[in-house]
Design a binder for this molecule. Structure first.
Ligand SMILES: [Zn+2]
Length: 292
């Protein structure tokens, strides 16, 4: 399938805001997106997370996702989007392997559904929620159930959604609160970790486009979710990770390790996409990070 081209919207005023970790200091990584459109991506100087800055305000993000992002005909039809997501169900297999029969699962930011369809076929009860009412209506027509306020879940799936969120502290906090104790959060985002493996020949710039706001490493997610009382139980270090709700918030600050790992990866990629695919090179540079 041809890659969908997303325009940078011109009818919203973009505003600067801090990293999820609270740090306002950053350095500019790129000033173009993958399509060559003007778009500023920065790296947090404290934790190494990449973000678009400036970005939509929370109010405008609500409008953008309700009206623009999944509007039929704007980029993809709902049926096509459902089918694309249904083709990616294998990413939820590690979660399915950890679910008891008949589990209650929330697909948070479900869009048109699809990725959790296999869980429904396995007999789990899958609920959905999304900012786009039209997309959610489509998803409910494919077998998802409507989320009811006050309900708690054995698992929450957030599949390629958090990288769009203006404030992931808030939305991931909501997801943590919706989990039962010991419940599982399955989060899929475009992890920085995969870039070092040469997933995009053009390196980091090949990843960047609006409206992806965040590019996390697994270290970044560990810090962000640890503060919310979740600890990692599994990751593929490319997109998908599983965290368990422990209820014990860790005060793990986003450390220098995360910062340098991200910095080294980015320098490596900027220097040579071919070099970054050679076995052992990334590991060697990570070990040299003290010299960076
Ligand atoms: Zn940060």
């Amino acid at each position: 399938m041809a890659e969908t081209h997303y325009d940078v919207p011109t009818h919203y005023d973009l505003v600067a805001s801090p990293c999820w970790c609270g740090c306002t200091a950053s350095r500019v990584i790129a000033e173009r997106d993958r399509y060559g459109q003007p778009l500023t991506t920065v790296m947090c100087r404290a934790c190494g997370t990449l973000r678009l800055d400036p970005y939509l305000t929370p109010e405008d993000a609500g409008r953008y996702y309700a009206d623009d992002y999944l509007r039929p005909g704007y980029n993809q039809g709902f049926a096509e989007r459902f089918a694309d997501r249904a083709n990616e169900q294998q990413h939820l297999r590690p979660l399915a392997d950890r679910l008891a029969p008949g589990s209650a699962v929330l697909d948070f930011g479900c869009g048109c559904g699809g990725v959790t369809h296999g869980l429904i076929e396995m007999g789990h009860r899958v609920y959905g929620t999304d900012l786009s009412e039209a997309a959610l209506d489509y998803a409910l027509g494919t077998g998802l159930l409507p989320h009811a306020p006050g309900q708690r879940y054995d698992a929450v799936v957030t599949y390629h959604s958090v990288e769009h969120h203006v404030d992931p502290n808030q939305t991931l906090g909501e997801m943590a609160a919706l989990l039962k104790d010991g419940g599982l959060l399955c989060i899929a985002v475009p992890l920085i970790n995969r870039i070092v493996a040469g997933a995009r020949p053009s390196g980091i710039v090949g990843e960047l486009y609006f409206p992806h706001r965040w590019y996390f490493s697994v270290d970044n997610l560990d810090g962000l979710l640890g503060r919310l009382g979740l600890e990692r139980v599994w990751s593929d270090f490319e997109t998908t990770s599983i965290y368990r709700k422990t209820g014990r918030a860790t005060a793990t600050p986003p450390g220098a390790g995360a910062r340098w790992r991200a910095a080294v990866r980015l320098r490596l990629i900027n220097a040579s996409p071919t070099l970054c695919r050679l076995p052992g090179v990334a590991r060697l540079l990570w070990r040299m990070r003290k010299l960076a």
